[in-house]
Design a protein around this ligand. Structure first.
Ligand SMILES: [Zn+2]
Length: 506
C-alpha cells in the first residue's frame, strides 16, 4: 500500500455501539455499514460476535452484503471467540479477524490473573489460530500505553511472527498525551523490527479529550491505521472522531503529507444517520459535523467571509457534504428526476423499488413544496426500515381538544392480520401509544421521546425517536413523517418491532 495512505478503520458499530443506551438492531447496523462503505472507510469493525446472538447476526448480515470494504469482527484471545468471529465474517468479500489481549501488569494481575509468559503464549496461539482461518488478522495489545514497553514489544513481535498483518497499539483508558504517545509508538518501531512490515494501528479513547490529538501524534510517528468512530462515539468519552481525523489529514495535507480514501462529501450524511439511529445528538459546536461548525456569528467574521471565504474559513462546508445541494424535487418532478436524485445519493433502485419509492415520494410532495437531498435521504431510510417491520401502523385516528379527554383508535397490521387498538386517556400522544399497546397486546413504558425537524420551515419532515421499556428492557424506534403525530406513532410501533425481535413482545 502507498506509504502516504492512512487506513481508516471505523469502529462505530463495535466500540460506538457499546456506548450506554445505544442498541441497534441488525437492520440498522446494516444501514450504517452501507453508508460507511459509501463514505469510503477501509475497514468496518462490525461488532463483537461472541457477545450476543444479535451482535453475531448483525456482523453476519454486514459481511454478506456490504462490498468494497474490509469487514472485521472482534474476538478476545479465546478459541471460542476467534472461531465465532470467523463464523460471522467468513462470507465477507474481505474478512478480518481482530483479536486482542491485555498486556499491562495492572490488567494481567487484576483482570486476567495470568503471568506475562501465559499472556504471551495465549497471544501467540490465538493469532496462529486466527491466521489459520483468515488471511487478514489484526492483533491488539489492550492497555498498551500502560504496559511495560519491553514486554509489549515481545508480545507484538510474537503476534507478527504468527502472521498478524495489522498491529494495534491502543490507549484503551485514554490516559496518554500526544508527545508521550508519539514517542511511545516510535519506541515500539525501534524495539519491534517486524513492525515495519505490517500496518501499525492506534485506537485512542477520549477520556481527556485527546483521542484525535493522540492518533495524529501516532500517525506522525509511523502509524498507518487509525481506529475511529463517527461523531466520536465509543465507550465512556468515546473514540477518536473519524470526521476530525479525516479532515485534519485533508486540510493539512501539505504539512502532514498523508491521505485517506474517505469521500469527505459523505461525512455530513453519515454523521446524521449515526446520530439519528443511535439517539446521540451531536453538540452544536462539534468540529466538522456540529450545527454551528461553519456558522459565522460575529460581524467582523461575517464581513470577512462575505468578501473572501478563506479569511475565516479553513475548510469549505461543501467538502464535507454540508453545502447547499442543487438537488430539489417537487410535486411535479417525475420518475426520472427521482431516479436521478436517488443515484446521486448512491442508491441504484430496481424498477419495482423505484415505483414504490415514487408512490411514497408523491404522497410527501403533495404536502411539502420542496424536497431536498436531506429530505430524500431520510425518506429512503424510512422506506428501508418499513421493509423490515413486522408490526406496521396502518391507520390511526385521534381526537383531542382542550376540553375533552382524547380518544384514539389505531389499526396495526401484523403479517396480514389487522389488530385494532383503542384508548381513552391522558394527553394525545399518551393516548396513541396506549392504543398501540392495546392493539399489540403489550404494555410499553415510554422512557424517552425526542422530536426534531429534518430541515427548516413549517412543512419540514418531522423525525421522532422513542425509547420504550418492555419487560424491563429498553427498545428504541425512530420514524419520519410530514406529520409529527404520525411519526410518533410509527416510532413507537418501530420500538415494539425491536422488542418483538428480542422476544419481549409476541
Ligand atoms: Zn475502545
Amino acid at each position: 500500500m502507498d506509504p502516504h495512505r492512512v487506513i481508516i478503520f471505523d469502529t462505530t458499530l463495535r466500540d460506538g455501539e457499546q456506548s450506554p443506551g445505544i442498541s441497534l438492531n441488525s437492520f440498522e447496523k446494516l444501514e450504517i455499514a452501507e453508508q460507511l462503505a459509501r463514505l469510503g472507510v477501509d475497514v468496518i469493525e462490525a461488532g463483537f460476535p461472541i457477545s450476543s446472538p444479535g451482535d453475531f447476526e448483525g456482523v453476519e448480515k454486514i459481511a454478506r452484503s456490504v462490498s468494497g470494504v474490509t469487514v472485521c469482527a472482534l474476538a478476545r484471545a479465546i478459541e471460542n471467540d476467534v472461531r465465532t468471529a470467523w463464523d460471522a465474517i467468513k462470507e465477507a468479500e474481505r474478512p478480518r479477524i481482530h483479536t486482542f489481549i491485555s498486556t499491562s501488569d495492572i490488567h494481567l494481575k487484576h483482570q486476567l490473573r495470568k503471568s506475562r509468559e501465559e499472556v504471551l503464549e495465549t497471544a501467540r496461539r490465538m493469532v496462529a489460530l486466527a491466521v489459520s482461518l483468515c488471511d487478514d488478522v489484526e492483533f491488539s495489545a489492550m492497555d498498551a500505553t500502560r504496559s511495560d514497553p519491553d514486554y509489549l514489544a515481545a508480545v507484538l513481535q510474537a503476534a507478527i511472527d504468527e502472521g498478524a498483518c495489522t498491529i494495534n497499539i491502543p490507549d484503551t483508558v485514554g490516559y496518554a498525551i500526544p508527545s508521550e504517545f508519539g514517542d511511545f509508538v516510535r519506541e515500539q518501531f525501534k524495539k519491534v523490527p517486524g513492525l515495519k512490515d505490517v500496518a501499525v494501528s492506534v485506537h485512542c479513547h477520549n477520556d481527556l479529550g485527546l483521542a484525535v490529538a493522540n492518533s495524529l501524534a501516532a500517525v506522525e510517528n509511523g502509524a498507518s491505521q487509525v481506529e475511529c468512530a463517527i461523531n466520536g462515539l465509543g465507550e465512556r468519552a468515546g473514540n477518536a472522531s473519524l470526521e476530525e481525523i479525516v479532515m485534519i489529514l485533508e486540510t493539512r495535507k501539505r504539512t502532514l503529507g498523508r491521505a485517506t480514501g474517505v469521500k469527505t462529501v459523505e461525512i455530513a450524511r453519515t454523521s446524521r444517520l449515526v446520530s439519528q439511529l443511535t439517539g446521540y445528538d451531536v453538540q452544536p459546536n462539534k468540529a466538522i459535523v456540529g450545527k454551528n461548525a461553519f456558522a459565522h456569528e460575529s460581524g467582523i467574521h461575517q464581513d470577512g467571509v462575505l468578501k473572501e471565504r478563506t479569511t475565516y474559513e479553513i475548510m469549505n462546508a461543501a467538502s464535507v457534504g454540508r453545502g447547499q445541494s442543487d438537488l430539489v424535487l417537487g410535486k411535479h418532478s417525475g420518475r426520472h428526476a427521482l431516479k436521478a436524485a436517488m443515484e446521486e445519493l448512491g442508491y441504484n433502485l430496481s424498477e419495482e423499488d423505484l415505483n414504490q419509492a415514487f408512490v411514497h415520494f408523491k404522497k410527501v410532495a403533495d404536502k411539502k413544496k420542496q424536497i431536498t437531498a436531506v429530505d430524500l435521504e431520510h425518506l429512503v431510510s424510512e422506506e428501508i426500515r418499513e421493509l423490515t417491520d413486522i408490526y406496521e401502523l396502518k391507520s390511526y385516528e385521534v381526537s383531542s381538544s382542550s376540553e375533552f379527554v382524547p380518544t384514539c383508535q389505531v389499526i396495526i397490521e401484523k403479517e396480514g392480520e389487522k389488530l385494532l387498538g383503542k384508548s381513552f386517556s391522558g394527553g394525545s400522544m399518551e393516548s396513541i401509544f396506549k392504543a398501540i399497546d392495546d392493539a399489540v397486546g403489550t404494555k410499553g413504558k415510554l422512557k424517552d421521546y425526542q422530536v426534531r425537524s429534518v430541515t427548516e420551515g413549517k412543512d419540514s419532515l418531522g423525525e421522532v425517536r422513542v425509547v420504550v421499556e418492555v419487560q424491563g428492557k429498553a427498545y428504541a424506534g425512530t420514524a419520519l413523517s410530514i406529520d409529527v403525530v404520525e411519526a410518533s406513532a410509527k416510532a413507537y410501533v418501530r420500538a415494539l418491532n425491536n422488542a418483538y425481535r428480542a422476544g419481549a413482545v409476541t
